[in-house]
Every structure is written in C-alpha cells, then in structure tokens.
Design a binder for this molecule. Structure first.
Ligand SMILES: NC(=O)c1ccc[n+]([C@@H]2O[C@H](COP(=O)([O-])OP(=O)(O)OC[C@H]3O[C@@H](n4cnc5c(N)ncnc54)[C@H](OP(=O)(O)O)[C@@H]3O)[C@@H](O)[C@H]2O)c1
Length: 315
C-alpha cells in the first residue's frame, strides 16, 4: 500500500511516497481504506525532529520508515474482533503517528475502534478528514476551560483549523466569543459566529481585555502567543495552550496545556463533533488536495502560512 514516509528527520525533502506492507487489525481494531488524510503543523514537528529525536522515537519502539498524519477519513475494509464497525462503514479517525503502526497518511491504516466515528451525512471524505484531530483538540481545550454559557472565550489564530473550530464550538456552547485573527480574515471569522473580531497585531491582546471587558474568562491560544496572551485574561481565568507552554502565569490565571493525544480514543467526543457538522454548526474546510508523491509540497505550503482550510493528501 502507498504511504507518505520519511526515514530520517530533516526538511520537507526527506518525505517520499513508498510502498509498505498492508497492516492487519487485531482485537478491538479496525482497518480503514484511507481516502483522505490531512497535513497539520504537528507533521512538520515530527518530520523535522523538533519534538522527538530518532533515539527518543526508538525508545518508544517507533522506527523508520515513519508515516506522518494525525487524522483521516475513508471506508472500513477489515475489522478485528470485538468491535461494532462493519466493512463498508464511512468513517473518520484520529491517530497518533508516534506509534509503531505509524500515522494517517497511508492507504490503509489500523486504529483502535474507539478512535473512529461515522462520517456525517452529506460530508465528503476529504472534508471529514479535517475534523478529528483539530476538533478534538478544541473539545479538550473547552473541557479544560470548563466555561459556563454566557462567559467569554477568547480565541487567537481564529481563522486557522484549531481557531475556527474554537470559535464555532464556543458559540454552540453559548459562550461570547472574542476572536483574534489577521484583518483579512474578518469576514470568515464573523461567519463562524464570533461576537467580536479583533485584528491581530501589537494592540490585539489589550483590545481583547477591553472588549470582554476586564479580560476574558478563558482563552484558547491557537496562534501560540503563550505568555503574551495572558494579559487578555481576567484575574483567576484560564489559558489553554497548544504547544506545551505551562507558565509562569500571573494574577491567578490557570494554564492548561492541551495535548490531543489524551483524546485519541474518545469516540463519544468525536461522534458528537460529527453530529455538530451534520447540524451545520461546525464548518469543514479543504484548501487543496495532493497525491502522496507531493507531500513535501503540501508541507512547504503549510509551513509558509496563510493557508485557510486544510491541505489534504488523497489516496
Ligand atoms: N497540543 C495539541 O494537541 C495540538 C493539536 C492541534 C494543533 N496544535 C497546535 O495548534 C497550533 C494551531 O494549529 P492550526 O492547525 O490551527 O494552525 P493554522 O491552521 O495554521 O492556524 C493558525 C492561525 O494562527 C495565525 N497565526 C499564527 N501566528 C500568528 C501570530 N503571531 N499572530 C497572528 N496570527 C497568527 C495563522 O495565520 P497565518 O496563516 O496568516 O500565519 C493562522 O490563521 C499549531 O501550533 C499546532 O501545532 C496543537
């Protein structure tokens, strides 16, 4: 089966399309004939070695060739024992690529049954592939922030994958969302339902504080401003970070570093996200599709910034 692979850590040029053995599902697992798998910032971290060295990966029994990718959609083509999934089901799934079985950017991928949910009615597999990882990231962030309807949620990077879902999920939970994104993204972010739009830049964080007013109750920092986002938050509020920033904090603000790998088998949460898509409350965005042979080009494009919607590898 075809897969995007890399055998050394480095620049996008280490990526190639290779043929790998077809994996077999064990008990409690399903195999998916993948149609679409997205490209995300985490794939760049994995490939470049920014997070883990070869030695650290080997300690986790993760050895080359590595397969990137954290989310996919396709059709179940084999099942292990003890699952209710059936061959032919249209599904989407989240997968941690730093595991011996590799990631999502392969023609056939085996995952635990709990990592899978049905593709929402009327949704293409390319679009469905954009939901699991970033949708669950936002679910986890909102669970950690534990805001109540009527409270204020700040979102930085609101035009991106995490940020867009953060605005829409926040709105669907009755939060007053104050969204920060580049000025050219205002119309897009307003369509997501943000109550207030603030153009990113030097005065943006102060403007969030004033718009709340007195600081937001919680903030999801998809633009990775880290400590620079703290002044937007009220005394005793909460900050959800996505790249490991854990402090120091100030004014009694709790910092919640979010790692979606802890929700990788949260079937109920993924299923609920799919239902929100079916209800028109979450917007799935595909920017462009690429065959596995052009994975390096897709990663370069992602790294350059400015892409709205996800880049998707199709098989
Ligand atoms: N911890 C986890 O479990 C987890 C899970 C998912 C994602 N993440 C992380 O979350 C972050 C966001 O991911 P994503 O997929 O949403 O990325 P994305 O789609 O590229 O969105 C990021 C958005 O933030 C904007 N942005 C970035 N830096 C900015 C700055 N300094 N000022 C203003 N705007 C800025 C970008 O604008 P431009 O494109 O114009 O630069 C883009 O609109 C990434 O760092 C990713 O690694 C973490």
């Amino acid at each position: 089966m075809r897969a995007v692979t890399f055998s050394q850590l480095g620049g996008p040029e280490v990526l190639e399309a290779s043929d790998l053995p077809v994996p077999q599902p064990g008990a409690g697992e399903v195999r998916i004939r993948v149609k679409a798998a997205t490209v995300n910032p985490t794939d760049i971290s994995f490939r470049s070695g920014r997070q883990l060295t070869l030695a650290q990966l080997a300690e986790m029994n993760v050895r080359p060739p590595f397969v990137p990718g954290m989310e996919l959609a396709g059709v179940v083509d084999a099942v292990g024992g003890g699952t209710s999934w059936r061959v032919g089901d249209r599904v989407m799934a989240i997968v941690n690529p730093r595991r011996p079985g590799g990631g999502a950017q392969a023609e056939q991928v085996v995952v635990p049954a709990a990592s899978v949910a049905r593709v929402p009615e009327g949704t293409s597999l390319e679009a469905a592939a954009t939901l699991p990882m970033n949708g669950l990231t936002v679910r986890l962030a909102l669970d950690r922030l534990a805001l109540k309807p009527g409270q204020t949620l700040g979102v930085t990077g609101a035009a991106g994958a995490v940020g867009g879902y953060a605005v829409e999920l926040g709105v669907s939970e009755g939060l007053r969302v104050i969204a920060v994104a580049r000025s050219q993204d205002q119309a897009l972010v307003n369509r997501f339902g943000a109550k207030t739009f603030i153009a990113s830049g030097d005065s943006a964080i102060r403007a969030v504080y004033d718009a709340a007013p007195g600081g937001v109750d919680g903030l999801i920092d998809a633009a990775v401003l880290d400590a620079a986002a703290l002044p937007a938050i009220r005394d005793g509020g909460k900050l959800a970070t996505v790249r490991g920033f854990a402090g120091p904090s100030e004014r009694g603000i709790t910092i919640e570093p979010v790692r979606v790998t802890s929700y990788v088998e949260n079937h109920e949460a993924l299923d609920r996200l799919g239902r929100l898509v079916a209800e028109g409350r979450l917007t799935l965005r595909v920017a462009e599709t690429f065959p596995p042979e052009r994975a390096a080009e897709a990663q370069r494009k992602m790294a350059a910034g400015g892409t709205r919607g996800r880049l998707v590898i199709v098989f």
